[in-house]
Design a binder for this molecule. Sequence first.
Ligand code: SF4
Length: 397
Amino acid sequence: MSIPTELINRYPWLPSLKKHYSEIASRSPSMFISEVFSKDFGSDLKERLLDLFEAAFDNLEEISDYKSDRLNVYVYLLLNIFLYALDNQMITNRLANLYSKITYNELIKENNDANLYNICQDLGLKIRYYEPPINYGVNIVKDHHQKLETNFTIHFIDYLSLASNLRDEYRKLAHNSLLEGYVFIQNKRLIRLIQEYVRNKLLIKEAEDKESLKAFLKEVSDIKDFKEILEKVLNTWTERKEEFEYTFKINFESETELLTLFPPCVNEILKKTQEGQNLIHNERLFIVWFLLALEYPVEKVVDLFSTLPDFNREKTTYQVNYAKKKNYIPYKCLTLKSLNLCLAVKYKDELCLTGYGSVEPSERKKIAHPLFYTRIKKYRASRDENYKKKELAKENE
Ligand code: SF4
């Protein structure tokens, strides 16, 4: 099956890119970079790339004047090269999130089943298209009956491999209808799976072979535009790195850093959000309820999610406000253990593993709730602080 070039221009992450742009595939990266920047559209390319990095650093979900023309192919290829050259997992995560969200928005705006079908075909997905849409059940909300129908089904193996990182309950195979091994899927959810494909495609791991990276950087060091973009991105990164690294180094009450008071189950989720990794539904609920229980401000809780691939500020703000109103109690340790979210062993956390109270191991009490963990840690921190103060006062007497 041949996919139109125009579709490749809009979605250059498609496998057929190699076929349509075979002349690029035959060049070395340095040759490609120097040729592409010497064209009359070189400065436009530069601007688009810098806009993407800027938007990723600002944690935006889209770019207002994003263009999906032929230059898009060069932007995508250069973006991959820059991510390799930068060799920084945090920048890569942000860029991958932004780019995949842009892709999602473009596919949603397009609202074109034929293109969606062609894209799936090009990705090698086993997909079936139904015209008219096929009915696969009824959704009953209160007394309202809503007919479920879709044009698409996807083979369950492809469904599982695309949805493997999206572990929300409603995406589980058991919660979806199947016909002859094919899962019924609404367009929007299919596009969300494609978004995840694009995100993973950009998520190149940090270079293992640092010598090759060094050699590459040397090779391209005299390509003026490439060097300028790289330096600009690195400068911005240096200026703003603290903002990324310490996003969650939050102050609470008497300037105590909460992170040191949090249990592993909480810190793991915060680490994931910081790295822009996806969170499963239960992780999202737990972290929101936990932070709200500590009276963490709503807007700060919302900001926490802004690095995630499917972030939607309006929706998240609504959900966090709703949770605040409902005053939900965060999961206790037992529930977190049953959800595989307890990380006491992985983090070798002494308080979680050995409990508190008596020095006699058999008499020690177990931590039963992450909020209680924080309370004990806080108590211990203020006790140590008071002790230090007293010692200092004694010395000064
Ligand atoms: S024991 Fe409780 S507080 Fe500690 S990591 Fe496990 S769930 Fe979290």
